[in-house]
Design a binder for this molecule. Structure first.
Ligand SMILES: O=P(O)(O)OC[C@H]1O[C@](O)(CO)[C@@H](O)[C@@H]1O
Length: 616
């Protein structure tokens, strides 16, 4: 029977030496001339330590340590559970990492890296340029404790915005600020238009915390899918007249959000409503959106700060305004986050729940994202937590280069839905199939508000079943060597949700330091946006070519090759085919003769010649 320390260690030769670690270090290539990192004196010390340490990559050590397998002796496991159990008394939050099999040696080896990560985090909180390639400070921690902001200007800005959010929400809920032409005489609905970090936090919080009958109900447009937009507007129906439209975009220029706004404005025009009397913008000062809202005289504008990233903006106006309008206690969210921030400032690994998470992630994923994080909240209202975490974790950690310009292709994949629903979907594979994941259970102790429970069979409630499913799944997975973390909260409240958000924000930041990457930029997203722009530019050229051909007499239908040639883009013929296929499916005055399944048979022309130069 393995002892606890037997579980944790393997051979005495496990202790790392520099020589051994050097051999274990993957060879990184500095092969991106385009990549550059700006050096930054303030952050330099902690970062250099962190970078040096991360070069002594522990993957080999991890592999060796893991050969010991997981502890299965119940008594030893119980001791491990008690030994590592983290409790935040005031928040009533527990973190159990006992079902992750890291060894004492591994913890010891990671200690200097954690100290470097804590130092980097401290400097970040003091206002260092922690996002070096964008030259930005990273200040989401100041949002819940403005006194931490590095200067009084920022401090006042944070406090004024919070007061303005609370006042605006009160005025809207009380009917002091009201829509011009609604029979209800007050706003009853919110339509939030935004994407990514400008939607996921508000969506998660609404699902988790909105009361059954909120003062304003919320809906989201978070895509440029016309059918999805139509659906949201149709669902509002005549209540469009009492809908407050909140357009959220840090940059103020994200195409999906702009399209959503234009579609909603069209719906307002068609309903004879004045959009500017019902629109609110949350964006950076002087962005395109900010200028539009100012010039058109929208009801209100709230700031987003340069130093708050989209995916960490839930505690800025982005998350707070929609939440307050739904009657959610946003000051309690901030308190929960602030309490967790205090706890995750501890430089003692065992006392720092975010560091414990980062430790487990590193262990489970070999510090290279080799396994996926499956997030399973056993509570319907936390359904969107995994989707929220997906952006927070993957946009932060999924990076091609480390801070020194080495190609590392880092990341940590996140997915999940909720328990026990997933028991009847993919848990089968988790238990028995490909072993490429670890699980994070989120447990909520309180099943129902007091006084509402009943026993649906002797001694057993509905919530007991949910509890049983969670515990059973955790045990069954572990018995098959599948590791898991369990986060337990008492209830889903503004305070506990604030704490959960803060916990994961910090864990991501610490983990990023461990693997020496910039968690606060997203260069990869630009490639997709640029490519999408190129597709639309090509579409305009295709239309121009077809228009010219359709103005000839007789009309000259063109093959795909001819279109591509006339567009001077023979190498883009496949994309031209896709463009034509899409336009033909959408009644765009384009006639495609032949069979789309046999692209060479296609001949294309426009139904009408347009002599105006529409497609410039
Ligand atoms: O708030 P914005 O500027 O519209 O950006 C929305 C999202 O787009 C991204 O920039 C890239 O997907 C995210 O980081 C961000 O949350």
């Amino acid at each position: 029977m393995a002892s606890l320390s037997g579980l944790c260690s393997s051979s005495p030769s496990l202790k790392p030496t520099h020589d051994r670690l050097a051999k274990l270090t993957p060879s990184f290539r500095k092969d991106s001339p385009a990549f550059s990192t700006r050096s930054n004196s303030k952050l330099s010390v902690a970062r250099e330590v962190s970078a040096d340490l991360s070069k002594t990559n522990s993957v080999g050590v991890l592999k060796e340590a893991k050969q010991g397998g997981l502890e299965k002796d119940p008594k030893a496991l119980w001791r491990r559970y008690v030994d590592w159990l983290y409790q935040h008394k005031e928040l009533g939050l527990y973190l159990d990492v006992s079902r992750v099999g890291f060894s004492d040696e591994f913890v010891e080896e990671m200690e200097p890296r954690f100290q470097a990560a804590f130092k980097a985090m401290e400097e970040l909180e003091k206002g260092a340029i922690a996002n070096p390639d964008e030259g930005r400070m990273v200040g989401h921690y100041w949002l819940r404790n403005s006194k931490l902001a590095p200067n009084s200007f920022l401090q006042v800005q944070i406090e004024k915005t919070l007061d303005a959010v609370c006042k605006f929400a009160d005025d809207v809920i009380s009917g002091k600020i009201k829509p011009p032409s609604s029979p209800e005489g007050r706003f009853t609905q919110i339509l939030s238009v935004g994407i990514g970090g400008s939607a996921l936090g508000p969506q998660f919080v609404a699902e988790a915390l909105a009361p059954d009958n909120p003062p304003l109900k919320i809906r989201f447009i978070d895509n440029t899918d016309p059918a999805g937009i139509d659906h949201q507007i149709a669902q509002l129906g005549p209540e469009l007249a009492s809908t407050l439209v909140i357009v959220i975009s840090k940059s103020g220029g994200t195409p999906e959000t702009r399209n959503g706004l234009l579609e909603v404005q069209k719906a307002f025009r068609e309903a004879g409503l004045n959009f500017s009397k019902q629109g609110v913008a949350i964006t950076q000062e002087n962005s395109l959106l900010d200028n539009t809202a100012r010039i058109e005289g929208w009801v209100a504008r709230f700031p987003m700060y340069d130093w708050v990233g989209g995916r960490t903006s839930e505690m800025s106006a982005v998350g707070l305004l929609p939440a307050a309008l739904q009657g959610i206690d946003i000051r309690e969210m901030l308190v929960g986050a602030s309490m967790m921030d205090n706890a995750t400032r501890s430089t003692v690994l065992r006392d720092n729940p975010a560091a414990l998470l980062a430790l487990c992630w590193y262990w489970a994923c070999d510090g290279v994202g080799s396994k996926d994080m499956v997030v399973l909240p056993y509570k319907d209202s936390l359904l969107l937590f995994s989707r929220y975490l997906q952006q927070l974790v993957m946009e932060s950690l999924g990076k091609e280069f480390d801070l020194d310009g080495n190609r590392v292709n880092q990341g940590l994949s996140v997915y999940g839905n909720k328990g026990s629903t997933d028991q009847h979907a993919y848990i089968q594979q988790l238990r028995e199939g490909v072993h490429n994941f670890f699980v994070t259970f989120i447990e909520v102790l309180r099943d129902r508000p007091p006084g509402h429970d009943w026993e649906l069979e002797p001694g057993v409630t509905c919530g007991d079943y949910l509890f049983g499913m969670l515990q059973g799944t955790r045990s069954a997975l572990y018995a098959n060597d599948r590791e898991s973390i369990a986060v337990t909260v008492q209830e889903v409240t503004p305070r506990s949700v604030g704490a959960l958000i803060a916990l994961y924000e910090r864990a991501v930041g610490l983990y990023a330091s461990l693997v020496n990457i910039n968690a606060y930029h997203q260069p990869g997203v630009e490639a997709g946006k640029k490519a999408a722009g190129e597709v639309l530019a090509l579409q305009k050229r295709v239309l121009a070519v077809l228009n010219d051909a359709s103005c000839e007499q007789p009309i000259e239908p063109l093959t795909l090759e001819e279109v591509a040639e006339r567009c001077h883009a023979p190498e883009d013929i496949e994309m031209i085919y896709k463009i034509i296929e899409h336009m033909a499916a959408n009644d765009r005055a384009l006639i495609a003769e032949g069979d789309c399944g046999s692209p060479y048979s296609l001949k294309v022309f426009l139904g009408e010649c347009n002599v105006d130069e529409l497609y410039d």
